[in-house]
Design a binder for this molecule. Structure first.
Ligand SMILES: CC(C)(COP(=O)(O)OP(=O)(O)OC[C@H]1O[C@@H](n2cnc3c(N)ncnc32)[C@H](O)[C@@H]1OP(=O)(O)O)[C@@H](O)C(=O)NCCC(=O)NCCS
Length: 156
């Protein structure tokens, strides 16, 4: 669901494990940044109506790395599951739902791209499991070291 004023207070209580902080910022900063950025849609991951995670859609994946993509491509950014809900299959379920939802929201888009830190074993494993392929390109723009650029087709 798009973030709205009603979801905002509960969203602001979400956080990741301390050791995951290099991979995703604090929710207050992520929200402020997403809300000030055109072409970006801040989204809440809900379980029984309550937020358990966050991500943002970039309507143009060019925003991720500055590079162009051969087909219309969305960007997925700042994806996380709250630390209390991790390790229970929520990340995989959420990502599958996100891909379906992205395809409905943006019917002209064909692919989705993301960057993930090379040290983020959980993130890389999850994205591979959900069908993302490593393009082989390394992005060096983040503050926490190199990131893989991964891409997959959106569901039909
Ligand atoms: C990555 C993240 C979203 C996974 O969420 P989750 O709810 O714990 O994931 P799930 O329980 O659904 O697990 C799905 C898959 O992720 C991978 N995974 C999850 N935790 C893992 C870990 N600690 N080590 C290795 N792989 C892991 C596995 O492939 C797992 O599938 P499996 O259980 O069949 O092996 C979560 O760890 C997170 O929010 N991390 C911090 C933020 C982040 O790194 N986001 C990505 C930024 S690009």
């Amino acid at each position: 669901m798009p973030v709205d004023a009603e979801l905002r207070p509960a969203l602001l209580r979400l956080r990741v494990h301390e050791e995951q902080r290099p991979f995703v910022g604090a929710i207050a900063d992520l929200l402020a940044d997403a809300e000030s950025c055109t072409g970006c849609e801040p989204m809440s991951i809900l379980l029984d109506g309550a937020p358990i995670g966050f991500y943002r859609i970039e309507t143009a994946a060019r925003c991720l790395t500055g590079q162009d993509f051969p087909r219309p491509t969305l960007g997925l950014r700042s994806f996380f599951i709250d630390h209390r809900w991790q390790g229970r299959g929520m990340g995989a379920l959420a990502l599958a739902a996100i891909l379906e939802d992205m395809a409905h929201r943006h019917p002209a888009a064909r692919d989705v791209a993301l960057t993930v830190n090379v040290r983020n074993a959980a993130g890389v494993a999850l994205y591979r499991r959900l069908g993302f392929s490593d393009t082989g390109a390394l992005y060096h723009g983040g503050p926490s070291g190199p990131q893989h650029l991964m891409v997959r087709a959106l569901p039909d």
